[in-house]
Design a protein. Sequence first.
Length: 312
Amino acid sequence: MTTHQAIVAPEVPAASRRAPVPLTHLPAPGEERWTNGLFVAPFLVVYLLLLVVPLFYGWWLSLRHADLLSGASRFAGLDNYVELRRDPIFLGSVRNTFLFVVMTTPAFVILGLGLALALNRPGKLAAVLRATFFGASVLSVTVVTLVWRLVMMPDRGLFANLWRSLGQAPIQPLAIEGVSLAVLAVVTVWWIIGFPMILFLAGLQQIPRELYEAAALDSAGRWRTFVAITLPSLRRTVALVIVIEIQLFGQAWLLTLGGPNNSSRSIVQFIYEKGFREWRLGYSAAAAQVLFVLMLIGVLVQMRIARQREAR
């Protein structure tokens, strides 16, 4: 055998060849495996038990005269809804809730965005201020109302001393009809303003710096840059802040008990009182369904407006 002769491996018989064995069996593209549903089954069970079942049970309960204390229940049809339509306290609670949303939502958007713009910069002072504003939002409603009770004490509170320094007799804002709801709105904004501020800060930090550099090269002013770059980039964040509504219950319950003369009573407080103080569970469930429908309508309207603005 010469040195240039190739060495050929012996041919393996076809009968002894084996196909490679796959490590796992992969189903065909159209093959269905019901066992895959086991991965989402825990979430579906929790979702059904905590959201879907209570939702339908609430609608069913709102059509009955149910007494939580005695357990008696009978079909009532739409009687609870007809009574709600004629109940002046319920209609007043709807009006108070609407006014509360009107007073707080613009404040959350304007003040939250203003704080985010002012504190969106490096430095220890900005970090301390961010932590200070956000720290109030993690306090419980009990702590917040206790602080404001001390501020509005009729004799020795901050408001009383302020009025005395102006030569006026001290007043108690929470006891004045038509003023108590505005005071609750101020308390809520002071308490929650840190949360929308953080949302806006996160949105501002997602805007590419190249856009601002291009605007600077075009000699665009601050207002022009804010209108043309910052606001369009924060549309989704603004929509999120608007959709996230802060319920009026704990503040009113601990500060005013819904008074004076029901001027600060909200729908949530009305539902609580009818269900757990007067034991009228069916009537309370009907009021809860009305609140659900009102919130659903509000969210749908806000989402539609946000989509129309994005489409422009």
